[in-house]
Design a protein around this ligand. Structure first.
Ligand code: NIG
Ligand code: FE
Length: 389
């Protein structure tokens, strides 16, 4: 089965060998997906025949978004916390406990339905690859349930037992850390590719995160870290020390942190929807980019700091609030996300990449940031199949 997308006004491939510049841009282009992978890219008037044709009629095409940081398996509603925050109450992570209570009491069927619905909402907005974390049950059986549900949505599942100290361990944090690095990790590791921890004062210390992530690495899991979200937690240095795939948030970083990241392979995943929804200062993307750091953008979709499913919205924030260029924001939302997940088959449309792409209702990709809030996703193609058609 092959699909030809033709008459593409502006095509961003993110493959410098397939077009101009770092984002591999072409005009009046066509692209053939055969057996789910990109098999040909060229001028539209040279396009080969195919089983199915999608006529872009001059619109722009981009790789499907890669959202490398979400917490979409949860139950309950924290809109009142958001309302209070907008009236001046600061975010401190304590609301996680509310979501833990509601998630623990939700049935598996309800949690599955809620998570599927959020995943569908993301897909309709062009996110063809998504990472999903556990972290809202904080018991051995509960976290296992969450990684199992996450695994029905994606292969990019992350075990986040070290998200908060649950109330029943309030007086025994060492006991909880030992549980996470022991029985909980054992129960979750076969369904997860990654392990993550919330390294922050008020959450887990550098030593506690090092212990949990060290145990996860021994089990063969790749490492990610929530670091430097609310303050100078030491998370960046720990992520570099452990060779994590990505350190996420990085809202508060020192010059030394930036230099460490620039000299490492650790991707920095910025989550500006969290700053938006907590009314916090945005991270300094330009300092990171200037230091040669690989920057990814992701939604952080979660009920507390960012109940956001739209990568276009995240891009608009990155461009408007963080001085990223339109091309940088698009690259970071696609290929950058793929780098954060150590994937080379998604996030770009070079030959051999998976046929995951988005046909916009706009002639240029800049419209995604230029017209925030407009419905600009005309078609989503996954593995060469046009969804909903
Ligand atoms: O990435 N920082 C920790 N975890 C989430 C928020 C979780 C919550 O408030 O429910 C985040 O921002
Ligand atoms: Fe997060």
């Amino acid at each position: 089965m092959s699909l030809l997308v033709r008459h593409i006004g502006e095509l961003v491939t993110n493959d410098p060998t397939a077009g101009d510049g770092n984002v591999g841009r072409r005009h009046d282009a066509a692209l053939l997906v055969d057996n789910g992978v990109v098999a040909w890219i060229g001028d539209s008037d040279q396009a080969p025949a195919a089983d199915d044709v999608l006529d872009a009629a001059g619109a722009a095409v981009i790789p499907g978004f890669v959202d490398a940081h979400t917490h979409l398996v949860f139950a309950g509603d924290r809109s009142a916390e958001f309302e209070a925050r907008m009236a001046g109450v600061a975010y401190d992570g304590r609301g996680i406990a509310d979501t833990v209570t509601t998630t623990r009491s939700a049935s598996r069927a309800d949690l599955e339905a809620l998570s599927r619905q959020r995943r569908a909402e993301m897909l309709a907005q062009g996110t063809t690859t998504v990472e999903v974390k556990s972290g809202y049950e904080l018991t051995v059986d509960g976290e296992q349930r969450l990684v199992e549900i996450a695994h029905t949505l994606t292969d990019e599942v992350t075990f986040l037992g070290a998200h908060a100290i649950p109330q029943e361990f309030a007086n025994d944090r060492d006991g909880y850390v030992a549980l996470v690095a022991g029985a909980m990790l054992d129960a979750c590791s076969s369904h997860a590719r990654w392990a993550d921890a919330f390294c922050e004062s008020g959450a887990f210390s550098v030593e506690e995160c090092r212990h949990v992530l060290g145990a996860a690495a021994k089990k063969g899991l790749g490492l990610r870290l929530h670091g430097n979200q609310l303050g100078h937690s030491g998370g960046v240095a720990l992520a570099v020390e452990l060779g994590a795939a990505s350190v996420d948030h990085c809202t508060h970083v020192t010059n030394e942190d930036v230099a460490l990241l620039g000299d490492s392979d650790v991707v920095t995943t910025l989550l500006p929807a969290a700053e938006f929804s907590t009314r916090s200062p945005y991270p300094d993307a330009r300092a990171l980019l200037n230091a040669g750091v690989t920057v990814a953008l992701a939604t952080d979709c979660n009920p507390g700091t960012a109940y956001v499913t739209s990568m276009s919205f995240v891009m608009a924030l990155a461009v408007r609030e963080m001085n990223m260029t339109v091309d940088e924001a698009l690259w970071s939302s696609t290929r950058g996300g793929a780098r954060a997940l150590r994937r080379d088959d998604v996030g770009h449309l070079g030959l051999g990449a998976r046929g995951n792409l988005v046909l916009l209702d706009a002639p240029r990709v800049a419209h995604l940031s230029y017209r925030p809030g407009s419905a600009l996703i005309r078609h989503v193609v996954r593995d060469g199949r046009v969804l909903g058609r």
